[in-house]
Design a protein around this ligand. Structure first.
Ligand SMILES: Nc1ncnc2c1ncn2[C@@H]1O[C@H](COP(=O)(O)OP(=O)(O)OP(=O)(O)O)[C@@H](O)[C@H]1O
Ligand SMILES: [Mg+2]
Length: 426
Protein backbone atom coordinates (compact mmCIF):
# COMPACT_ATOMS: atom_id res chain seq x y z
CA UNK A 1 0.00 0.00 0.00
CA UNK A 2 2.78 2.35 1.04
CA UNK A 3 4.58 1.63 -2.20
CA UNK A 4 1.39 2.27 -4.17
CA UNK A 5 0.99 5.69 -2.58
CA UNK A 6 4.63 6.45 -3.20
CA UNK A 7 4.31 5.49 -6.86
CA UNK A 8 1.21 7.61 -7.24
CA UNK A 9 2.96 10.53 -5.63
CA UNK A 10 5.92 10.12 -7.96
CA UNK A 11 3.54 10.00 -10.93
CA UNK A 12 1.90 13.20 -9.69
CA UNK A 13 5.27 14.89 -9.34
CA UNK A 14 6.26 13.83 -12.83
CA UNK A 15 2.94 15.05 -14.25
CA UNK A 16 3.44 18.39 -12.56
CA UNK A 17 6.72 18.83 -14.36
CA UNK A 18 5.54 17.75 -17.80
CA UNK A 19 3.97 20.27 -20.18
CA UNK A 20 2.71 19.20 -23.58
CA UNK A 21 1.86 21.36 -26.59
CA UNK A 22 -0.43 19.83 -29.23
CA UNK A 23 -0.74 21.75 -32.51
CA UNK A 24 -3.53 20.36 -34.67
CA UNK A 25 -2.96 21.79 -38.15
CA UNK A 26 -4.61 21.33 -41.52
CA UNK A 27 -1.67 19.34 -42.84
CA UNK A 28 -0.09 17.83 -39.72
CA UNK A 29 -0.36 17.30 -35.97
CA UNK A 30 2.74 18.35 -34.07
CA UNK A 31 3.43 17.46 -30.44
CA UNK A 32 6.12 18.84 -28.17
CA UNK A 33 6.68 17.43 -24.67
CA UNK A 34 8.73 19.51 -22.25
CA UNK A 35 9.86 18.91 -18.70
CA UNK A 36 10.78 21.36 -16.00
CA UNK A 37 14.13 19.90 -14.95
CA UNK A 38 15.62 19.82 -11.44
CA UNK A 39 17.09 23.29 -11.88
CA UNK A 40 13.66 24.69 -12.78
CA UNK A 41 14.49 25.12 -16.48
CA UNK A 42 12.15 24.00 -19.23
CA UNK A 43 13.65 21.39 -21.51
CA UNK A 44 12.11 19.80 -24.58
CA UNK A 45 12.29 16.03 -24.30
CA UNK A 46 10.01 14.76 -27.04
CA UNK A 47 8.75 15.82 -30.46
CA UNK A 48 6.17 13.96 -32.57
CA UNK A 49 4.55 14.52 -35.93
CA UNK A 50 1.81 12.92 -37.99
CA UNK A 51 0.15 13.94 -41.23
CA UNK A 52 -3.47 14.94 -40.69
CA UNK A 53 -6.31 15.40 -43.14
CA UNK A 54 -9.11 15.76 -40.63
CA UNK A 55 -9.23 19.56 -40.88
CA UNK A 56 -10.22 22.09 -43.53
CA UNK A 57 -9.00 25.64 -43.15
CA UNK A 58 -8.07 25.08 -39.53
CA UNK A 59 -11.45 23.58 -38.56
CA UNK A 60 -12.15 19.90 -37.76
CA UNK A 61 -14.23 18.24 -40.47
CA UNK A 62 -13.34 14.60 -39.79
CA UNK A 63 -13.14 13.61 -36.13
CA UNK A 64 -11.82 10.06 -36.67
CA UNK A 65 -8.96 11.13 -38.96
CA UNK A 66 -7.98 13.87 -36.50
CA UNK A 67 -8.10 11.48 -33.51
CA UNK A 68 -5.84 9.00 -35.32
CA UNK A 69 -3.32 11.71 -36.21
CA UNK A 70 -3.27 12.95 -32.58
CA UNK A 71 -2.68 9.41 -31.26
CA UNK A 72 0.15 8.80 -33.74
CA UNK A 73 1.92 12.14 -33.09
CA UNK A 74 1.61 11.77 -29.29
CA UNK A 75 2.93 8.19 -29.45
CA UNK A 76 6.02 9.38 -31.35
CA UNK A 77 6.69 12.14 -28.85
CA UNK A 78 6.10 9.77 -25.90
CA UNK A 79 8.49 7.26 -27.37
CA UNK A 80 11.19 9.90 -27.79
CA UNK A 81 10.71 11.29 -24.28
CA UNK A 82 10.09 8.01 -22.44
CA UNK A 83 7.12 9.68 -20.70
CA UNK A 84 3.39 9.15 -20.93
CA UNK A 85 1.26 12.22 -21.17
CA UNK A 86 -2.30 12.71 -19.93
CA UNK A 87 -3.13 16.26 -20.89
CA UNK A 88 -2.00 19.01 -23.24
CA UNK A 89 -2.31 22.66 -24.19
CA UNK A 90 -3.73 23.04 -27.65
CA UNK A 91 -3.93 25.81 -30.22
CA UNK A 92 -6.81 27.32 -32.09
CA UNK A 93 -6.73 29.25 -35.39
CA UNK A 94 -8.61 30.05 -38.55
CA UNK A 95 -11.26 32.42 -39.81
CA UNK A 96 -13.46 31.87 -36.72
CA UNK A 97 -11.01 33.85 -34.56
CA UNK A 98 -11.76 37.49 -33.84
CA UNK A 99 -9.71 40.03 -31.95
CA UNK A 100 -11.32 43.10 -30.36
CA UNK A 101 -9.71 45.98 -28.48
CA UNK A 102 -11.72 47.05 -25.45
CA UNK A 103 -11.46 49.35 -22.42
CA UNK A 104 -12.68 49.33 -18.86
CA UNK A 105 -12.63 51.91 -16.05
CA UNK A 106 -12.90 51.56 -12.25
CA UNK A 107 -12.39 53.80 -9.24
CA UNK A 108 -9.35 52.82 -7.17
CA UNK A 109 -10.70 51.24 -3.98
CA UNK A 110 -7.56 50.43 -1.97
CA UNK A 111 -6.58 52.35 1.13
CA UNK A 112 -4.58 55.54 0.46
CA UNK A 113 -5.71 55.24 -3.18
CA UNK A 114 -2.98 52.68 -3.75
CA UNK A 115 -3.80 50.41 -6.71
CA UNK A 116 -4.20 46.84 -5.49
CA UNK A 117 -4.30 43.54 -7.28
CA UNK A 118 -8.04 43.56 -6.74
CA UNK A 119 -8.36 46.90 -8.58
CA UNK A 120 -6.39 45.46 -11.52
CA UNK A 121 -8.61 42.36 -11.62
CA UNK A 122 -11.74 44.52 -11.48
CA UNK A 123 -10.65 46.82 -14.30
CA UNK A 124 -9.72 43.88 -16.54
CA UNK A 125 -13.11 42.33 -15.74
CA UNK A 126 -14.79 45.62 -16.66
CA UNK A 127 -12.89 45.69 -19.97
CA UNK A 128 -13.92 42.15 -20.84
CA UNK A 129 -17.59 42.86 -20.25
CA UNK A 130 -18.48 43.13 -23.92
CA UNK A 131 -21.47 41.60 -25.64
CA UNK A 132 -20.44 38.49 -27.51
CA UNK A 133 -22.84 36.27 -29.46
CA UNK A 134 -24.02 33.02 -27.81
CA UNK A 135 -22.07 30.90 -30.29
CA UNK A 136 -18.70 32.45 -29.40
CA UNK A 137 -16.43 32.23 -26.37
CA UNK A 138 -13.62 34.36 -24.99
CA UNK A 139 -10.24 32.65 -25.38
CA UNK A 140 -7.94 35.41 -24.13
CA UNK A 141 -8.16 38.78 -22.42
CA UNK A 142 -4.71 40.34 -22.67
CA UNK A 143 -4.01 43.68 -20.96
CA UNK A 144 -2.24 46.03 -23.37
CA UNK A 145 -1.70 48.94 -21.05
CA UNK A 146 -3.22 50.82 -18.13
CA UNK A 147 -4.08 54.47 -17.62
CA UNK A 148 -3.86 55.86 -14.08
CA UNK A 149 -5.76 59.17 -13.89
CA UNK A 150 -4.24 60.90 -16.94
CA UNK A 151 -1.01 58.98 -17.16
CA UNK A 152 -1.04 56.64 -20.16
CA UNK A 153 1.05 53.66 -21.25
CA UNK A 154 1.54 52.03 -17.83
CA UNK A 155 2.42 48.33 -18.06
CA UNK A 156 1.93 47.40 -14.40
CA UNK A 157 -0.02 49.82 -12.20
CA UNK A 158 0.28 47.73 -8.99
CA UNK A 159 1.04 49.92 -5.93
CA UNK A 160 0.78 53.17 -7.92
CA UNK A 161 -1.34 55.98 -6.46
CA UNK A 162 -4.42 57.15 -8.36
CA UNK A 163 -8.16 57.74 -8.31
CA UNK A 164 -9.19 56.33 -11.65
CA UNK A 165 -7.81 53.15 -13.24
CA UNK A 166 -8.41 52.37 -16.87
CA UNK A 167 -7.36 49.23 -18.77
CA UNK A 168 -6.92 48.70 -22.48
CA UNK A 169 -7.21 45.02 -23.37
CA UNK A 170 -7.22 42.80 -26.44
CA UNK A 171 -9.97 40.19 -26.36
CA UNK A 172 -9.73 37.13 -28.58
CA UNK A 173 -12.89 35.13 -29.21
CA UNK A 174 -13.46 31.90 -31.09
CA UNK A 175 -16.41 29.90 -32.31
CA UNK A 176 -17.80 27.61 -29.60
CA UNK A 177 -18.51 24.71 -31.95
CA UNK A 178 -15.01 24.87 -33.46
CA UNK A 179 -13.36 24.65 -30.06
CA UNK A 180 -15.79 21.98 -28.87
CA UNK A 181 -14.99 19.77 -31.85
CA UNK A 182 -11.27 20.24 -31.31
CA UNK A 183 -11.57 19.33 -27.61
CA UNK A 184 -13.73 16.32 -28.53
CA UNK A 185 -10.97 14.98 -30.81
CA UNK A 186 -8.35 15.36 -28.07
CA UNK A 187 -10.61 13.71 -25.47
CA UNK A 188 -11.38 10.84 -27.83
CA UNK A 189 -7.66 10.35 -28.35
CA UNK A 190 -7.47 9.85 -24.55
CA UNK A 191 -6.17 13.22 -23.32
CA UNK A 192 -7.63 16.11 -21.40
CA UNK A 193 -7.11 19.73 -22.39
CA UNK A 194 -5.21 22.01 -19.99
CA UNK A 195 -5.91 25.12 -22.04
CA UNK A 196 -6.84 26.50 -25.45
CA UNK A 197 -4.46 29.11 -26.80
CA UNK A 198 -4.57 31.16 -30.00
CA UNK A 199 -1.97 29.56 -32.28
CA UNK A 200 -0.34 32.80 -33.41
CA UNK A 201 -0.11 33.97 -29.80
CA UNK A 202 1.68 30.74 -28.92
CA UNK A 203 4.04 31.00 -31.94
CA UNK A 204 4.88 34.60 -31.13
CA UNK A 205 5.94 33.51 -27.64
CA UNK A 206 8.49 31.22 -29.27
CA UNK A 207 9.55 33.57 -32.08
CA UNK A 208 9.27 37.29 -31.40
CA UNK A 209 11.71 39.17 -29.23
CA UNK A 210 10.41 41.59 -26.60
CA UNK A 211 11.91 44.45 -28.65
CA UNK A 212 10.04 43.38 -31.77
CA UNK A 213 6.74 43.24 -29.87
CA UNK A 214 7.39 46.62 -28.31
CA UNK A 215 8.29 48.24 -31.63
CA UNK A 216 5.24 46.88 -33.49
CA UNK A 217 5.77 43.59 -35.34
CA UNK A 218 3.57 41.06 -37.02
CA UNK A 219 3.82 37.33 -37.11
CA UNK A 220 2.47 35.60 -40.23
CA UNK A 221 1.85 31.85 -39.93
CA UNK A 222 1.91 30.39 -43.44
CA UNK A 223 0.12 27.11 -42.73
CA UNK A 224 -1.28 24.41 -44.97
CA UNK A 225 -4.94 25.46 -44.87
CA UNK A 226 -4.91 28.95 -43.38
CA UNK A 227 -2.64 31.96 -43.19
CA UNK A 228 -2.94 33.70 -39.84
CA UNK A 229 -1.41 36.95 -38.67
CA UNK A 230 -1.08 38.61 -35.27
CA UNK A 231 0.10 42.19 -34.90
CA UNK A 232 1.82 43.32 -31.70
CA UNK A 233 1.88 46.97 -30.68
CA UNK A 234 3.74 48.26 -27.62
CA UNK A 235 4.40 44.73 -26.41
CA UNK A 236 0.85 43.34 -26.60
CA UNK A 237 -1.42 41.77 -29.24
CA UNK A 238 -3.42 44.42 -31.09
CA UNK A 239 -4.94 42.91 -34.22
CA UNK A 240 -5.43 39.43 -35.67
CA UNK A 241 -6.35 38.45 -39.19
CA UNK A 242 -6.83 35.19 -41.04
CA UNK A 243 -7.04 34.21 -44.70
CA UNK A 244 -8.58 30.81 -45.49
CA UNK A 245 -5.89 29.96 -48.05
CA UNK A 246 -2.51 28.30 -47.47
CA UNK A 247 0.22 26.04 -48.84
CA UNK A 248 -2.27 23.32 -49.83
CA UNK A 249 -3.72 25.65 -52.49
CA UNK A 250 -0.24 26.27 -53.90
CA UNK A 251 0.20 22.50 -54.25
CA UNK A 252 -3.28 22.19 -55.82
CA UNK A 253 -2.44 24.88 -58.39
CA UNK A 254 0.79 23.09 -59.35
CA UNK A 255 -1.02 19.78 -59.62
CA UNK A 256 -3.77 21.19 -61.87
CA UNK A 257 -1.59 23.32 -64.15
CA UNK A 258 1.21 20.77 -64.54
CA UNK A 259 -1.25 17.83 -64.65
CA UNK A 260 0.63 15.84 -62.01
CA UNK A 261 -0.59 14.01 -58.85
CA UNK A 262 -0.83 15.99 -55.60
CA UNK A 263 2.05 14.17 -53.89
CA UNK A 264 4.36 14.89 -56.83
CA UNK A 265 3.24 18.54 -56.85
CA UNK A 266 3.96 18.79 -53.09
CA UNK A 267 7.45 17.34 -53.56
CA UNK A 268 8.28 19.62 -56.49
CA UNK A 269 6.98 22.66 -54.58
CA UNK A 270 9.30 21.91 -51.66
CA UNK A 271 12.36 20.85 -53.67
CA UNK A 272 12.38 23.18 -56.68
CA UNK A 273 9.54 25.65 -56.23
CA UNK A 274 9.93 29.35 -55.60
CA UNK A 275 7.45 32.18 -55.30
CA UNK A 276 9.81 34.95 -56.38
CA UNK A 277 10.49 35.27 -60.10
CA UNK A 278 13.61 37.51 -59.87
CA UNK A 279 15.47 34.63 -58.15
CA UNK A 280 15.33 32.39 -61.18
CA UNK A 281 18.02 31.96 -63.75
CA UNK A 282 16.22 31.78 -67.16
CA UNK A 283 18.16 28.63 -68.12
CA UNK A 284 17.12 26.57 -65.04
CA UNK A 285 14.96 23.50 -65.68
CA UNK A 286 13.06 21.00 -63.50
CA UNK A 287 12.08 17.38 -64.18
CA UNK A 288 8.34 16.81 -63.76
CA UNK A 289 7.17 13.22 -63.27
CA UNK A 290 4.48 12.09 -65.69
CA UNK A 291 1.02 10.85 -64.72
CA UNK A 292 0.92 7.04 -64.50
CA UNK A 293 1.88 5.66 -67.91
CA UNK A 294 3.41 8.93 -69.14
CA UNK A 295 7.10 9.80 -69.42
CA UNK A 296 8.63 12.52 -67.19
CA UNK A 297 9.17 15.88 -68.85
CA UNK A 298 11.56 18.78 -68.38
CA UNK A 299 10.15 22.29 -67.92
CA UNK A 300 11.76 25.68 -67.24
CA UNK A 301 11.86 26.38 -63.47
CA UNK A 302 10.36 29.78 -64.18
CA UNK A 303 7.07 27.98 -64.94
CA UNK A 304 6.87 26.88 -61.28
CA UNK A 305 7.34 30.45 -60.10
CA UNK A 306 4.70 31.66 -62.57
CA UNK A 307 2.21 29.34 -60.85
CA UNK A 308 3.36 29.80 -57.24
CA UNK A 309 4.04 33.52 -57.10
CA UNK A 310 0.50 34.71 -58.00
CA UNK A 311 -1.06 32.44 -55.34
CA UNK A 312 1.37 33.55 -52.61
CA UNK A 313 0.94 37.16 -53.70
CA UNK A 314 -2.83 36.79 -53.42
CA UNK A 315 -2.52 35.48 -49.82
CA UNK A 316 -0.12 38.21 -48.71
CA UNK A 317 -2.07 40.97 -50.48
CA UNK A 318 -5.30 39.80 -48.79
CA UNK A 319 -3.58 40.10 -45.41
CA UNK A 320 -2.14 43.50 -46.25
CA UNK A 321 -5.58 44.68 -47.34
CA UNK A 322 -7.00 43.77 -43.92
CA UNK A 323 -4.33 45.84 -42.20
CA UNK A 324 -4.78 48.79 -44.56
CA UNK A 325 -8.57 48.68 -44.05
CA UNK A 326 -8.05 49.01 -40.29
CA UNK A 327 -5.52 51.78 -40.90
CA UNK A 328 -2.85 49.92 -38.89
CA UNK A 329 0.05 49.96 -41.39
CA UNK A 330 1.82 52.78 -39.52
CA UNK A 331 1.91 50.61 -36.38
CA UNK A 332 4.11 48.02 -38.09
CA UNK A 333 7.50 49.51 -37.32
CA UNK A 334 9.41 46.39 -36.29
CA UNK A 335 8.82 44.30 -39.41
CA UNK A 336 7.38 40.87 -40.08
CA UNK A 337 8.31 37.40 -38.83
CA UNK A 338 7.23 34.43 -40.95
CA UNK A 339 6.47 31.00 -39.55
CA UNK A 340 4.62 27.78 -40.44
CA UNK A 341 5.72 25.32 -43.12
CA UNK A 342 5.18 27.94 -45.85
CA UNK A 343 7.98 30.04 -44.33
CA UNK A 344 10.37 27.46 -45.81
CA UNK A 345 9.23 28.23 -49.36
CA UNK A 346 11.99 29.60 -51.58
CA UNK A 347 11.61 33.31 -52.25
CA UNK A 348 8.87 33.92 -49.66
CA UNK A 349 10.94 36.36 -47.58
CA UNK A 350 11.68 38.54 -50.63
CA UNK A 351 8.07 38.43 -51.79
CA UNK A 352 6.65 39.51 -48.42
CA UNK A 353 9.38 42.14 -48.09
CA UNK A 354 8.44 43.58 -51.49
CA UNK A 355 4.68 43.59 -50.77
CA UNK A 356 4.94 45.16 -47.30
CA UNK A 357 8.07 47.16 -47.99
CA UNK A 358 9.62 46.40 -44.60
CA UNK A 359 12.13 43.97 -43.02
CA UNK A 360 11.02 40.31 -43.03
CA UNK A 361 12.68 37.30 -41.41
CA UNK A 362 11.85 33.62 -40.87
CA UNK A 363 11.29 32.84 -37.21
CA UNK A 364 12.77 29.73 -35.65
CA UNK A 365 11.81 28.73 -32.07
CA UNK A 366 14.38 30.05 -29.64
CA UNK A 367 16.61 27.52 -27.94
CA UNK A 368 15.09 25.91 -24.87
CA UNK A 369 17.61 23.20 -24.29
CA UNK A 370 16.88 19.58 -25.00
CA UNK A 371 16.34 18.28 -28.53
CA UNK A 372 17.24 21.51 -30.31
CA UNK A 373 17.54 20.01 -33.80
CA UNK A 374 14.14 18.36 -33.63
CA UNK A 375 12.07 21.42 -32.79
CA UNK A 376 13.95 24.41 -34.20
CA UNK A 377 11.86 24.47 -37.37
CA UNK A 378 9.13 26.97 -38.35
CA UNK A 379 6.46 24.24 -38.48
CA UNK A 380 7.04 23.43 -34.78
CA UNK A 381 6.85 27.05 -33.58
CA UNK A 382 3.19 26.70 -32.55
CA UNK A 383 3.73 23.54 -30.48
CA UNK A 384 6.86 25.02 -28.83
CA UNK A 385 4.94 28.23 -28.08
CA UNK A 386 2.08 26.22 -26.59
CA UNK A 387 4.56 24.58 -24.24
CA UNK A 388 6.01 27.98 -23.26
CA UNK A 389 2.62 29.53 -22.59
CA UNK A 390 1.46 26.35 -20.90
CA UNK A 391 4.47 26.42 -18.57
CA UNK A 392 3.78 30.06 -17.78
CA UNK A 393 0.14 29.34 -16.87
CA UNK A 394 0.98 26.16 -15.04
CA UNK A 395 3.61 27.85 -12.92
CA UNK A 396 1.52 30.92 -12.19
CA UNK A 397 -1.34 28.61 -11.12
CA UNK A 398 0.85 26.57 -8.82
CA UNK A 399 2.53 29.57 -7.29
CA UNK A 400 -0.73 31.32 -6.57
CA UNK A 401 -2.15 28.19 -4.97
CA UNK A 402 0.85 28.13 -2.64
CA UNK A 403 0.41 31.74 -1.61
CA UNK A 404 -1.72 31.53 1.57
CA UNK A 405 0.63 29.05 3.27
CA UNK A 406 3.83 30.87 2.53
CA UNK A 407 3.40 33.60 5.08
CA UNK A 408 6.13 35.97 4.04
CA UNK A 409 5.77 35.33 0.28
CA UNK A 410 3.49 38.04 -1.02
CA UNK A 411 1.74 37.70 -4.39
CA UNK A 412 4.15 40.28 -5.66
CA UNK A 413 7.01 38.06 -4.58
CA UNK A 414 5.43 35.05 -6.22
CA UNK A 415 4.97 36.88 -9.51
CA UNK A 416 8.55 38.05 -9.32
CA UNK A 417 9.61 34.47 -8.82
CA UNK A 418 7.71 33.54 -11.96
CA UNK A 419 9.32 36.25 -14.03
CA UNK A 420 12.76 35.33 -12.67
CA UNK A 421 12.13 31.77 -13.69
CA UNK A 422 11.19 32.92 -17.17
CA UNK A 423 14.28 35.08 -17.47
CA UNK A 424 16.26 31.94 -16.88
CA UNK A 425 14.47 30.27 -19.74
CA UNK A 426 15.13 32.82 -22.46
N1 LIG B 1 10.14 23.63 -48.05
C1 LIG B 1 8.88 24.02 -48.25
N2 LIG B 1 8.57 24.82 -49.29
C2 LIG B 1 7.29 25.20 -49.52
N3 LIG B 1 6.25 24.86 -48.76
C3 LIG B 1 6.51 24.08 -47.69
C4 LIG B 1 7.81 23.62 -47.38
N4 LIG B 1 7.73 22.85 -46.26
C5 LIG B 1 6.43 22.83 -45.91
N5 LIG B 1 5.69 23.55 -46.77
C6 LIG B 1 4.23 23.74 -46.78
O1 LIG B 1 3.77 24.17 -45.51
C7 LIG B 1 2.43 23.74 -45.33
C8 LIG B 1 2.27 23.13 -43.97
O2 LIG B 1 2.63 24.07 -43.00
P1 LIG B 1 2.27 23.83 -41.48
O3 LIG B 1 2.83 22.53 -41.04
O4 LIG B 1 2.71 25.03 -40.75
O5 LIG B 1 0.69 23.77 -41.60
P2 LIG B 1 -0.41 23.31 -40.57
O6 LIG B 1 -0.07 23.85 -39.23
O7 LIG B 1 -0.62 21.85 -40.67
O8 LIG B 1 -1.70 24.01 -41.17
P3 LIG B 1 -2.61 25.21 -40.61
O9 LIG B 1 -1.78 26.01 -39.68
O10 LIG B 1 -3.00 25.96 -41.83
O11 LIG B 1 -3.79 24.56 -39.98
C9 LIG B 1 2.12 22.72 -46.42
O12 LIG B 1 1.26 23.27 -47.38
C10 LIG B 1 3.51 22.43 -47.01
O13 LIG B 1 3.44 22.16 -48.38
MG1 LIG C 1 -0.37 25.61 -38.19
Amino acid sequence: MGKFIQLNLRRQLLDDRIITGLDIGTSKVSVVIAEINDSGVLEIIGVGNAPCNGLRRGVVVNIEATVQAIIKAVEDAELMSGREIRSCFTGIAGANIEGINSRGVVAVSGKNREISEDDINRVVEAARAIAIPMDREILHVIPQSFIVDDQKGIKNPLDMIGVRLEAEVHIITGSLTTTQNLVRCINRAGFSVDGLILQTLASSKALLTEDEKELGSMIIDLGGGTTDALLFVEGAPYFSASVGVGGIQVTNDLSIVLKIPLDAAERIKKESGTCYLPHIDPGETVIIPGMPGKAPSEIPRINLAQIMQPRMEEIILLLREKIITMNYMHLLKGGIVLTGGGAKMNGVVDLVQEIFNMPVRVGVPSSLGGLTEEYQKPEHATAVGLVLMGAERHLAGNSIKEKPDKGSTSRHGVLKKISDWFKEMF
